[in-house]
Design a protein around this ligand. Structure first.
Ligand SMILES: *[C@@H]1O[C@H](CO)[C@@H](O)[C@H](O)[C@H]1NC(C)=O
Ligand SMILES: *[C@@H]1O[C@H](CO)[C@@H](O)[C@H](O)[C@H]1NC(C)=O
Ligand SMILES: *[C@@H]1O[C@H](CO)[C@@H](O)[C@H](O)[C@H]1NC(C)=O
Ligand SMILES: *[C@@H]1O[C@H](CO)[C@@H](O)[C@H](O)[C@H]1NC(C)=O
Ligand SMILES: *[C@@H]1O[C@H](CO)[C@@H](O)[C@H](O)[C@H]1NC(C)=O
Length: 521
C-alpha cells in the first residue's frame, strides 16, 4: 500500500507546474517528441507546449529541409502555454517539427525529428492492458518480430496519480520509440502494453501506414480512478469509502488517474481509444458500471474533442475487451457475468443506443488456468487483440466484415412441447455440446429459479433447447452466465468463418417474443 506522504510527493510538483508562471521554459508538451506519430487527415494534429507569456511561437513542419507549412501563435498569459493546429496531412513521413519562440529580440528553437503521420490510438485500463509482450504466449517470437513494424511507434505513460487535473504528463516511462524487444518487454506489467501493441500491429497489417500507440494503464484500478468528477457525479457514485475488492491493488481514489494519466493527453489529436478494465469493479460499485462505463466514454470523448479544438472526433471510436475469466475460490456468481453485461450498458452487444461508435472483443473463452501471473491474467493476448482489431476495422474504418459473434434475434417457445427455439443473427457453428451453459428462469407458484436448458438440435442459424425440466413457465433465458463458461476456445457457439464466440446474454422470454437483441451492423 502506498502511504499518503508518497502520494503527496508524487503529486505536488505537478500541481505546481499547472500554476501560472510556474514553468516558462520554452518546450514542447512532454509527449511531443522524436519518433512520434501525429494524427493524419482528415483531422489536423495539435502541437503545443510552454513558453514565455506573450512571446511569438512559429511552428514549422519540414521534410528534407523543405518547409511544408508554418503556423504562428502567441504564448498565453495565464497558462504560459501555446498551441497550433497543423493542416491535415496524409499518412507518411518522416518529417521534422520545429518551434521557434521570439521574445524581446531573442529566439529559441526546438526541433523533433522522425515524425510520422498516421492514426494515434490511446490504450488504457488495468493489468490486462498493462501486461507486456514478455508475459504473453510465444513471447520470444513476438518480441523478435518488430523489424516489419518500424512505423508503429509506442509511448508508455508513467504511473502517477493526482488530486487535480494536470495539463501535461508528469512523466513518461517510455518516450516515443520504435518497437524493439527491449521496450516491448521491459518487465512484468511495465511497458509496453502487449494488448496495445498487438492491436496496433494488426491494424498496421491492414492499413499499411503509421500507427501511434500510447499506453496509459495501471493494474488493479477501478473505473472510478479513471473517471472525471463530472462523470462520477452523473452516475451518483457514492463518496469514497473503504474498498473491499479482491482485484484492487492500484490507486482507487476518485479521478486520480484521469487527472494525471488521461487528462494531460486531451489536447492531442487522436483516432480512438481501446480499454481493458473491469476486474476491479466486480465487487466494487458493480451495479453502477452500466452507468460509469458509458459515462466515462462520453466524458473522454467530450474532453478530447474540446481539448483538441474539435480535431479529435466528437464520437471517436472506443473499443474495449469484455472481461475474460478467473478461477475463483468465491462462489460461481462473483460478479463477472454482471460486469460483462454492464460493459455493454446491459444490451449484450455494441454499438448500441447508449454506446454509439464502440466495439468489443469477447474474451470469456480465452481462459488460462496455468498463467504464472494468475488465471485473471490470460496469456493469449493475440486472439483478443485480433478480435478487437476486427471491431476497429468495422466501426472505426468502415470495412464490411463480421466483428461480433452470433446474437439471438428471436427467442420463442416452440410449437413442439418442451422446446425453446432461438434464432441467431448469424450462422452458428457448434464447437461443443454443453447441457448447462444455457439456463432458463423457471417460475412456478411465484417462485423462480435457474435451471439448465440442454441443447437439443442445432441448425445453420437456429438452436432448440430442451426446457422440459421446467414444470411452470420459463420467463428468461441466459447464456454463459458464469465466471468461467468454458475451457480455452471451447465455448459451444461460434460464428463459423470468423471464429468469433457468441457473446453472453440474458433475455426475457414471452411467447411471441422478439428478444431485445438486434444485431448492430
Ligand atoms: C528571430 O526570429 C524572427 C522571426 O522568425 C526573425 O525575423 C529574426 O531574424 C530572428 N532573429 C535571430 C537573431 O535569429
Ligand atoms: C444497472 O444495473 C442495475 C442492476 O442490474 C439496475 O438496477 C440499473 O437500473 C441499471 N442502470 C442502468 C443505468 O442501466
Ligand atoms: C488543452 O485543453 C484544455 C481543455 O479544453 C484547455 O483548458 C487547455 O487550455 C488546452 N491546452 C492548450 C495548451 O491549449
Ligand atoms: C504460438 O505459436 C504457435 C506456433 O506458431 C501458434 O500455433 C499459436 O497459435 C501461437 N499462440 C498464440 C496465442 O498466438
Ligand atoms: C423449433 O425447433 C424444433 C427442433 O429443431 C423444430 O422442430 C420446430 O419446428 C421449431 N419451432 C419453431 C416454432 O421454430
Amino acid at each position: 500500500m502506498v502511504g499518503p506522504e508518497f502520494v503527496l510527493w508524487l503529486v505536488l510538483p505537478f500541481i505546481l507546474r499547472a500554476h501560472p508562471g510556474a514553468d516558462a521554459r520554452f518546450r514542447f508538451a512532454s509527449y511531443i517528441d522524436h519518433h512520434m506519430v501525429l494524427q493524419k487527415k482528415p483531422a489536423g494534429a495539435v502541437i503545443w507546449g510552454y513558453g514565455i507569456s506573450g512571446a511569438t511561437v512559429t511552428v514549422t513542419l519540414c521534410r528534407h529541409q523543405e518547409t511544408i507549412m508554418k503556423k504562428v501563435t502567441t504564448v498565453k498569459t495565464y497558462s504560459n502555454s501555446w498551441m497550433v493546429i497543423l493542416d491535415p496531412m496524409k499518412a507518411g513521413g518522416p518529417y521534422e517539427v520545429m518551434a521557434e519562440q521570439t521574445f524581446g529580440g531573442r529566439n529559441l528553437t526546438l526541433k523533433v525529428r522522425d515524425v510520422l503521420f498516421g492514426d494515434v490510438w490511446l490504450c488504457s485500463g488495468q493489468s490486462n492492458m498493462q501486461m507486456t509482450v514478455s508475459q504473453i504466449f510465444n513471447a520470444t517470437s513476438e518480441l523478435s518480430n518488430t523489424a516489419a513494424y518500424q512505423s508503429v511507434r509506442i509511448l508508455s505513460v508513467s504511473l502517477v496519480q493526482a488530486e487535480q487535473e494536470l495539463e501535461d504528463l508528469a512523466e513518461v516511462d517510455l518516450r516515443w520509440s520504435k518497437p524493439t524487444s527491449e521496450n516491448l518487454g521491459h518487465g512484468n506489467f511495465e511497458y509496453m502494453s502487449a494488448m496495445c501493441w498487438l492491436f496496433g500491429r494488426y491494424l498496421y497489417d491492414t492499413l499499411r501506414y503509421p500507427i501511434g500507440l500510447i499506453s496509459s494503464s495501471w493494474g488493479g484500478t477501478p473505473i472510478e480512478a479513471w473517471s472525471s468528477r463530472r462523470s462520477l457525479k452523473a452516475c451518483g457514485v457514492p463518496k469514497q469509502g473503504f474498498i473491499l475488492s479482491d482485484f484492487t491493488a492500484g490507486p482507487s481514489g476518485h479521478s486520480v488517474l484521469w487527472n494525471a494519466m488521461i487528462h494531460p493527453l486531451c489536447n492531442m489529436t487522436l483516432k480512438g481509444v481501446i480499454w481493458y478494465q473491469g476486474e476491479s469493479n466486480v465487487n466494487f460499485n458493480r451495479d453502477l458500471y452500466n452507468c460509469t462505463f458509458p459515462a466515462l466514454i462520453e466524458d473522454w470523448r467530450q474532453t478530447f474533442h474540446y481539448g483538441s479544438h474539435g480535431q479529435t472526433e466528437r464520437l471517436f471510436p472506443f473499443g474495449f475487451v469484455q472481461l475474460s475469466s478467473v478461477l475463483s475460490s468465491v462462489a460461481s456468481d462473483d460478479g463477472f457475468p454482471q460486469i460483462r453485461w454492464h460493459q455493454t450498458a446491459d444490451f449484450g452487444y455494441v454499438p448500441n443506443l447508449r454506446m454509439p461508435n464502440t466495439f468489443m472483443a469477447v474474451a470469456m473463452d480465452l481462459c488460462d488456468t496455468a498463467s504464472p501471473f494468475g488465471s485473471i491474467h490470460p496469456r493469449d493476448k493475440q486472439t483478443v487483440a485480433y478480435r478487437l482489431h476486427l471491431g476497429a476495422r468495422a466501426v472505426a474504418y468502415g470495412e464490411k466484415l463480421t466483428f461480433q459473434g452470433p446474437l439471438p434475434e428471436k427467442i420463442k417457445l416452440s410449437a413442439v412441447k418442451g422446446l425453446l427455439n432461438i434464432t441467431y443473427s448469424q450462422q452458428i457453428q457448434l464447437q461443443r455440446q454443453d447441457d448447462k451453459i444455457f439456463e432458463i428462469s423457471c417460475c412456478e407458484d411465484h417462485q423462480c429459479k435457474w435451471l439448465p436448458a440442454p441443447m437439443n438440435t442445432v441448425s445453420t442459424q437456429t438452436l432448440a433447447l430442451s426446457v422440459s425440466s421446467c414444470r411452470g413457465t420459463p420467463v428468461a433465458l441466459r447464456y454463459a452466465w458464469t465466471t468461467w463458461p468454458c475451457e480455452y476456445k471451447q465455448c459451444p457457439l461460434y460464428h463459423p468463418s470468423s471464429a468469433l464466440p457468441a457473446p453472453p446474454f440474458i433475455a426475457f422470454i414471452t411467447n411471441q417474443m422478439q428478444a431485445n437483441h438486434k444485431v448492430a451492423q
